[in-house]
Design a protein around this ligand. Structure first.
Ligand code: HEC
Length: 169
């Protein structure tokens, strides 16, 4: 074997090893995990609740299914995965409160804070609460969802232990 040929073979061998390792590494650490958000709602509940959601223009302030009104700039928490952080009962009470900020304090100006929906029909509050509770997040993205919610609500950096305590309300 000529010297040049030898180096070519060594070069190819190294390349093959590097590529194999690189792919193996990415298959282990970087499987495409996909979108972590899903709903457990039956199609009928989803349809009805989304009509109510639209009617009251919740998307003026909130993102859901990563969609929000781009003309608005209210730093409200996204609702994707919110049903993994709170219960249906909590959502119903929150939507029914005359003063939602007595349940969840705001850091925003009056025109941006969560409005009261105490006066919309009870049926609509029930449907919204059931739908919100169905908005789940996969376990691997739960902590990240918690972090995003905490930072939107408080405007502060998330520290797992601090936020963990607050979540226990
Ligand atoms: C004017 C903007 C605005 C509108 C419209 C609005 N929200 Fe909110 N919402 C907020 C803000 C801001 C918060 C965070 C608490 C606060 O600052 O009052 C919030 C909080 C929430 C929370 C609690 C989130 C959490 O992290 O615990 C839920 C659930 C919610 N809103 C659902 C809705 C639904 C459903 C609608 C429509 C019926 C709606 N919101 C309409 C601004 C809005």
């Amino acid at each position: 074997m000529k010297k040049g040929e030898k180096y070519t073979y060594i070069f190819i061998a190294v390349l093959v090893i590097v590529m194999a390792t690189y792919r193996g590494y990415h298959e282990i650490t970087d499987p495409d995990p996909g979108i972590p958000f899903y709903t457990t709602a039956a199609p009928e509940l989803k349809r009805e609740a989304e009509l109510i959601y639209k009617k009251y223009e919740c998307s003026d302030c909130h993102a859901l299914w990563m969609v929000r009104n781009m003309m608005q700039n209210v730093p409200a928490p996204a609702l994707d995965g919110i049903g993994s952080l709170k219960t249906e009962d909590w959502f119903y009470k929150y939507l029914s409160a005359e003063n939602p900020q007595s349940i969840l304090p705001t850091r925003l100006k009056d025109e941006y804070k969560m409005p009261s929906y105490a006066h919309i029909p009870e049926e609509e509050r029930r449907l919204l609460a059931a739908y919100l509770a169905s908005l789940k997040v996969e376990d691997w993205f739960l902590e990240e969802t918690r972090r995003m919610e905490y930072e939107k609500l408080t405007g502060k950096k998330y520290q797992a232990s601090v936020a963990g305590n607050e979540q226990a309300r």
